[in-house]
Design a protein around this ligand. Structure first.
Ligand code: ZN
Length: 440
């Protein structure tokens, strides 16, 4: 992959990308597959970091005769992928063997997260992580950092240098974690507030209030973060919910007064629109109803759920809630949103639900954008949206190429890449209207 440098600043030059284009007029889970709009001989015009127009190639070539052409033939042009739940500090421990959630945290996660007290290590991993995901077509992530403020500075610094729209927060834990990874209710509030004021709204960056999950936060810490959220209501709040049955039993012991897992957050002001819950697999009827009533977001992490043995997410929730898709690096076993779509397909099959390629692709782009309340900016190709794009080779390996030969429409052509594609399928990535390719 060659390195391509960004264009000169100040240019008003228009770029015109030609290829098969996938965009959405609505939500296929609620409005049906007609909400997806593939354009076989399509084009996307971009300038000054935004999408100017999308449509038929002939129309846009006539409209922008001076534009710089990027002819991708039958390759697919899509919004960049959005990974709505990751732990960038777990980059180096991805694909570690043999543990379930609580053992995983104690054996692999906590020792690795201790290393992020060192700003140089945090910066090195943040850069490595973002280059890995950019090579896989992911242009926005929403990440947990560690308890160290330095880990947030490192991530936002690396995301800003690459021009990314990105979401992150300091992970807060004041119990059931090693001493070196514990803050307090007060220091979690103070550090989160300082980082929020430093980073939220700078360039394309957003701060996310981030208690790890109820087992590692006292009610006092959850209350302090609930108070912080009331002071900054336009921020997102992210945490984990009902990932494994052992975890739920532990929460019941730790919070004997709570009705259920969600109630441990609800009691402290951490359930409302803008809340983003990872996993949410083993929900009670009350929790489901309350999540819908609150307008909360869920994030499905299928490679993590199978890798750590957590369970099967119920995709019918996407009909009544904002549902995003995520790798959950490093509990998830892959950095690729293509592999994550494949796992989402497989998990749904095990629940008797069959996800269409248009639904899988939507989850990895506009679905995740909606989960992060960013659907008016990213995750779709439409005029005025930020120009974060990925160009996909739909015949990137001999195995995929031979499987697409009899395809009769874009969806048949796309599905083998969803199931078997990897970073070789990603031929170009645009961030903020500039082509970015990294070969580190
Ligand atoms: Zn997670």
């Amino acid at each position: 992959m060659p390195l391509v440098w960004p264009h000169d600043k100040g240019t008003t030059m228009t770029d015109l990308l030609l290829g098969q284009v996938i965009c959405y007029d609505g939500d296929p889970f609620c409005e049906g597959l007609g909400a997806a709009r593939p354009i076989t001989r399509g084009a996307v015009a971009i300038a000054d970091g935004r999408i100017l127009a999308v449509g038929e190639a002939g129309d846009l070539r006539a409209r922008y005769p001076q534009a710089r052409l990027h002819d991708h033939g039958s390759r697919l042009i899509s919004a960049g992928f959005i990974d709505a739940h990751v732990h960038y500090p777990q980059t180096a421990i991805i694909a570690s063997w043999g543990k379930r959630l609580i053992d995983w945290l104690n054996t692999y996660t906590f020792p690795e997260e201790m290393r992020f007290a060192d700003p140089a290590y945090a910066a090195a991993i943040a850069g490595r992580y973002l280059d890995l995901v950019l090579q896989r077509g992911t242009t926005t992530v929403c990440t947990y950092c560690t308890i160290h403020p330095e880990s947030v500075d490192a991530f936002f610094g690396a995301a800003r240098a690459r021009g990314l729209r990105a979401y992150a927060g300091k992970t807060c834990m004041d119990r059931n974690a090693p001493e070196a990874l514990r803050d307090t209710a007060q220091s979690a509030y103070d550090d989160s507030k300082r980082l929020l004021e430093k980073w939220h709204g700078v360039d394309r960056l957003s701060y996310v209030i981030t208690p790890r999950f109820s087992p590692t936060s006292t009610p006092e810490q959850l209350a302090a973060l609930g108070a912080l959220w009331r002071e900054y209501p336009d921020c997102l709040m992210q945490t984990h919910l009902s990932e494994q049955t052992d975890e739920i039993a532990w929460v019941r012991e730790l919070f004997p007064q709570s009705r259920d897992y969600l109630d441990t957050y609800e009691a402290q002001g951490l359930v409302r629109e803008g809340a983003v819950y990872g996993h949410a697999i083993h929900l009670t009827d009350r929790e489901r109803a309350r999540l819908v009533e609150a307008g909360a977001s869920l994030v499905h992490c299928p490679t993590s759920n199978t890798f750590i043995g957590s369970g099967l997410f119920d995709m019918s929730l996407a009909q009544s809630l904002r549902v995003g898709l995520a790798t959950d690096t490093g509990g998830g076993s892959n950095f690729s949103m293509l592999r994550t779509m494949a796992a989402a397909y497989e998990v749904a099959q095990l629940r008797g639900q069959s996800l269409h390629p248009a639904e899988l692709w939507w989850l990895a782009t506009q679905g995740s954008a909606r989960a992060l309340h960013a659907e008016d900016r990213i995750g779709n190709i439409a005029p005025g949206m930020e120009a974060d794009l990925v160009v996909i080779d739909l015949a990137s390996t001999p195995a995929i190429e031979q499987a697409t030969r009899r395809a009769e429409d874009l969806w048949q052509q796309l599905f083998p890449t969803i199931m078997m594609g990897d970073d070789r399928a990603v031929v170009e990535v645009w961030v903020g209207g500039r082509p970015i390719l990294s070969d580190s």
